[in-house]
Ligand binder design. Structure first.
Ligand code: SAH
Ligand code: SF4
Length: 332
């Protein structure tokens, strides 16, 4: 599916045709132009020939059926992965990719290991969402949340990510509320700054993963370019400007960042600020080991005793390599 191409084709026609076609895509969620009840047959034929809207993907479903991973084939033969997580509380969260691969090379992340291929276009980002929206529609369900926590660093593809969010937020189309979007960054300061001045109330998450520069630089090379103090300053400015809480993601890695000392350090950073900490189980990617449940519980206790709000992330879809940090197109 190439949304830009649809625009090009319909430029030759009356203005309202594009509006109708977009409504067909974002609201009616059709997957073949013939299903359109508003477009005349000559335009449907032209669209089906020039820009078909089927989406080519392979699906992998976890044993408990709560996680579905789509490996989507792009026009140039590259592949990206997007994941649907069905929560017990009725939320259907889609984890989308912003790039093919990633240039930042975090040591714990499978996407980082595959290196950077290219940025995704606006259309390729939106396509991941539409794919799952169509799938859920068959079960009379809807997407409730979209998180940019798939492959790639969203702030290194800022314009296309924001364009996709704006489009999916559009009242006349997909109409998902801005508060239901989250962007996770490894700490690209320019992106955090830019997002602060957007008139768009999306959620920001920072991959913190370490309380100091020594540990952080060791596992996240980007910390050398944007040291912790600079990142935290940008996050504080963001909070001041937007009044919105920021989530700190923290992967629990055995013997690397999970001691009581590190918990104390995190508590000092977070205390009195509009941050909350989300503890994430480390999903194996071949290096490191996950912290034990006991270790994670002690870590959490220290944070809570010092007044830090803590949540714990449930790990979805490990059996289909669809969990955080496992997306790397291995199952071709
Ligand atoms: N590039 C962005 C967003 C994509 S990664 C970022 O790094 O924030 C989404 C989240 O998954 C990040 O918090 C990332 O640190 C985390 N993650 C990466 N590898 C992981 C792994 N092996 N286990 C658990 N979480 C992981
Ligand atoms: Fe890139 Fe995020 Fe993976 Fe780091 S964790 S390599 S920034 S996708």
């Amino acid at each position: 599916m190439n949304i830009e191409k649809i625009k090009e084709v319909l430029e030759e026609h009356q203005g309202f045709r594009l509006k109708q076609a977009e409504k067909n895509i974002y609201l009616d969620l059709i997957d073949d132009w013939q299903q359109s009840t508003v477009l005349p047959s000559n335009i449907k034929e032209e669209l089906n020939k020039e820009c078909p809207i089927s989406i080519e993907a392979d699906l992998f479903s976890s044993k408990n059926k709560k996680t579905v991973k789509a490996v989507i084939n792009l026009e140039d033969g590259l592949k990206i992965e997007a994941v649907l997580m069905k929560n017990r509380d009725g939320r259907n969260t889609i984890c989308v990719s912003s790039q093919v691969g990633c240039s930042l090379g975090c040591k714990f992340c499978a996407t980082g290991k595959m290196g950077f291929k290219r940025n995704l276009t606006f259309s390729e980002i939106v396509e991941q969402v539409i794919f799952f929206a169509r799938l859920l529609k068959k079960e009379d369900e809807k997407i409730t949340n979209i998180v940019f926590m798939g492959m790639g660093e969203p702030f290194l593809n800022y314009d296309n990510v924001l364009k996709a969010i704006r489009k999916l937020n559009d009242k006349d189309g997909f109409n998902l509320g801005s508060r239901n979007f989250s962007i996770s960054t490894a700490g690209v300061v320019e992106g955090i700054k830019k997002l602060s001045s957007e008139k768009l109330q999306v959620n920001l998450a920072l991959s913190l993963h370490a309380p100091n520069n020594t540990i952080r630089s060791e596992i996240m090379p980007i910390n050398k370019r944007y040291p912790l103090d600079n990142v935290l300053k940008a996050v504080d400015d963001y909070i001041e400007k937007t009044g919105r809480r920021v989530m700190f993601e923290y992967i629990m890695i055995k013997g690397v960042n999970d001691s009581n000392k590190e918990a104390e350090e995190i508590a000092k950073i977070v205390k009195g600020k509009l941050y909350f900490v989300n503890l994430i189980p480390y999903n194996s990617t071949g290096v490191f080991e996950a912290s034990s449940q006991e270790r994670t519980a002690s870590f959490r206790k220290i944070l809570e005793e010092r007044g830090v709000s803590v949540t714990q992330r449930f790990s979805f879809g490990k059996d289909i390599e669809g969990a955080c940090g496992q997306l790397a197109n291995k199952n071709k």
